[in-house]
Write a new protein. Structure first.
Lengths: 360, 348
């Protein structure tokens, strides 16, 4: 099925390229190619905006950082300009702007974000690698759980034969999904970490506990992840439940549902095989939308719980105005987000045969 | 809708009569259904009522509190409203729980034997000894104002670009479509972080709103554009076009009435999104430090560790206001959604 779907959707494979022009037209008309070009365009626009903004405002991140350090350390201002010049030369900030742009784009293409100003000998990539592990862990688990729980709840809420009391659960779910994640985080932190004192309220593992592969450490990490994960989970579950409920209601109006009923199939079978199976697929497109909100929301949740992921690192980079690190983290988030949405868009027609991307 | 075209050759008095009748028709077709609809689906009314109550509370609170004598003899304070977090003068009593809370005293030890009167600090004071009631009263309009400016601007830009794209087609359409496609996949908050850091100065509430609109208009543009594209294929638009109506007249007299539900829904969504992003930006420490907006209060709460200090009154009240704002906006937009998109209407 997979291969036929690709074949059908891929005019480049269908049409015999009698000329180069026809082939090129077919190539760029191809949905996959178009989607990839959009991905490149997204990353390029974001990168260019981030490149141009500092040049427009005429700020000098290096000099500013040095001045800030000097003020903090109370050192003499003499030699500051020379130092800033030297740094700028090393970082290539004294070149003409078009050369800077080319260098910047080449570095970006290699995913090289240069050195951190605040932790100088370390590169931004090292810092990002250290923290992204925690973010990915937190995000994948919450995304998966929220999808499963939310879709399940939405399926039950949208099913006309569900018990009546269940409909009362819809309003609280909606309300939860409208509340920002970090606000829920505040409440959870207060209840479970301060009043009840059941769970730790900051960090990813207990201080003094060194990362290692032992049961104790893993449990410690899990204990620390519960509250931030719950904060993200609560609002995300509502998002999925709303979408699934709507799809379930639509699906129940379809002819095949009446047919299934007429065949005398039992309720559970209709519910699982006919209704959920069909209502579930469009939920996957929601994945693309949810990545963005989930990520930016998670940034703040991480700050709140001082969870050492990308968000918290971004927060500290902002506090010490480490511009290269901020750019690196922002670009990392933008690229991963653009990639994730692209993958969802590309995979979707393969799993849902009702959707076909053809040349318009 | 298409009715507008045939009034062209009629005399003035007939026109006036028709206009009156048109209002009657307009009422029957557009206004009355809202009432009927809201009876069936109360979420729109509930949301509006929640938001209205919050606004009423703020206005009455601001008016009332500005009449009260300041807590101290500090000449910089004209009324109690001037003792807000970050910017306002302190009132002298640090970490006071709300003074009506009789069971709170063992959470924070009071300095000396000061016994506040019953409504001296309705929402307590913070570690900088500032009146949190004044903070919240001043913060609610600031936060709502940021969202309002952002919402108005993004819907304005979004609608104009949508019409430009749909009207001219061709190159403008392709450019606008690409821009929105790209803009939607880039999280606006991140771009705003970069803008804010590059500007180096703190953004005032309306500047923040404008910044949020600069990254948020793509969502309105996309919603409105897709709807405009549907509408321009409608028979009555075609009739208007063939009877020689100008482009602008078609847009405002034929298409606008049908777009209003979508534009309103998109406005509410972008207000909510902008407030969410503004609070996020402020909580990250990129807000206006002299402003007492709700987001800045959240920032101070995190900075001073109000939660670990057990000062629940510091974060619970702004949290409650933020939740009221979001839930009411959500209910309003859910109500509008079902109104503009009948397929979503409750079937179960």
């Amino acid at each position: 099925m997979t291969t036929t779907a690709t074949r059908r959707n891929n005019p480049a494979l269908n049409t015999k390229p009698n000329s180069a022009v026809a082939f090129i037209a077919a190539f760029f008309g191809n949905f996959i190619v178009q989607r990839f070009l959009l991905f490149l365009l997204t990353v390029w626009v974001a990168a260019t905006v981030i490149f141009i903004l500092p040049r427009l405002t005429g700020q000098d991140p290096v000099k500013e950082k040095l001045l800030l350090e000097a003020q903090r350390g109370g050192s003499v201002q003499a030699g500051m300009n020379e130092m800033a010049k030297e740094y700028s030369a090393r970082l290539g900030l004294d070149l003409p702007i078009q050369e800077q742009y080319i260098n910047y784009m080449t570095d970006l293409a290699q995913l090289d974000f240069g050195y951190s100003i605040a932790y100088f000998p370390r590169t931004v990539n090292e810092i990002i690698l250290d923290s992204i592990v925690w973010s990915i862990g937190l995000m994948t688990v919450t995304l998966f759980l929220a999808f499963v729980l939310g879709t399940g709840a939405g399926a039950l809420l949208g099913w006309s034969r569900s018990p009546g009391w269940l409909s009362y659960a819809f309003m609280p779910l909606l309300t939860l999904s409208a509340i920002p994640q970090y606000m829920l985080g505040l409440v959870l932190m207060f209840i479970f970490a301060i009043i009840l004192n059941w769970l730790p309220f900051f960090g990813a593992y207990s201080p003094g506990n060194l990362p290692e592969w032992s049961l104790g450490f893993v449990l410690d990490v899990l204990r620390h992840a519960i509250l931030p994960a719950l904060a993200i989970l609560f609002s995300a579950v509502g998002f999925w439940a709303i979408g699934m409920r709507g799809m379930m209601i639509n699906t129940q109006g379809e002819d095949f549902m009446i047919q299934a009923d007429a065949k005398g199939l039992n309720g559970t079978r209709i519910f699982v095989r006919y209704a959920i199976r069909n209502a579930l697929l469009p939920q996957v497109t929601g994945l693309a939308i949810s990545f963005g909100t989930l990520l930016t929301g998670a940034v703040l949740v991480e700050v709140l719980f001082q969870y050492p992921g990308l968000g918290n690192t971004l927060f500290y980079a902002i506090r010490v105005s480490d511009f290269f690190q901020i750019t690196g983290i922002v670009m990392t988030i933008i690229i991963s987000l653009a990639m994730a949405t692209m993958v969802v868009d590309l995979v979707y027609p393969l799993i849902d045969p009702r959707v076909k991307y053809t040349q318009s | 809708m298409a009715r507008a075209a045939d009034t062209r050759n009629l005399t003035m008095s007939t026109r006036a009569r028709l206009a009156r009748r048109r209002w009657g028709v307009f009422y029957q077709e557009r206004i009355e259904p809202i009432f009927l609809y809201s009876r069936r689906n109360p979420s729109l009314i509930v949301g509006l009522a929640m938001l209205g109550t919050l606004l009423l509370f703020t206005v009455i609170g601001l008016l009332g509190y500005s009449q009260l004598e300041p807590h101290t003899n500090d000449p910089s304070q004209n009324s109690r409203l001037d003792a807000y977090v970050s910017g306002g003068a302190p009132v002298g009593d640090k970490r006071m729980p709300p003074s009506w809370c009789t069971w709170c005293e063992d959470i924070v030890e009071l300095e000396g034997d000061k016994k506040p009167t019953l409504f001296q600090y309705p929402m307590g004071t913070d570690t900088q000894s500032r009146d949190l009631f004044a903070t919240n009263l001043r913060g609610i309009p600031l936060t709502l104002g940021t969202g309002l400016i952002a919402g108005l601007l993004s819907v304005g830009i979004g609608t104009v670009t949508a019409f430009v794209a749909a009207y001219y087609r061709g190159v403008p359409d392709v450019v606008i479509r690409l821009l929105t496609d790209v803009g939607i996949s880039i999280p606006g908050l991140l771009i705003l972080i970069i803008i804010r850091i590059q500007l180096g100065t703190e953004l005032l509430w309306w500047q923040l709103g404008a910044g949020l609109a600069a990254v948020g208009w793509v969502f309105s543009s996309r919603t409105v554009r897709s709807q405009v594209l549907v509408l321009r294929e409608q028979p009555y638009v075609e009739i208007a076009r063939q009877s020689g109506m100008s482009g602008l007249a078609i847009i405002f007299r034929e298409m606008m009435p049908n777009l209003i539900p979508y534009i309103t829904a998109s406005f509410v969504a972008s207000v909510a999104g902008s407030i969410l992003a503004s609070i996020g930006l402020e909580a990250l420490g990129l807000g206006d430090f002299s402003s007492p907006s709700l987001g800045m209060t959240v920032y101070w709460v995190i900075q001073f560790g109000a939660i670990t200090l057990g000062m629940w009154w510091w974060w619970l009240f702004p949290l409650a206001f933020i939740v009221i704002i979001f839930v009411s906006l959500f209910l309003i937009s859910a109500g509008l959604d079902e109104w503009s998109n009948p397929r979503l209407r409750r079937q179960v």
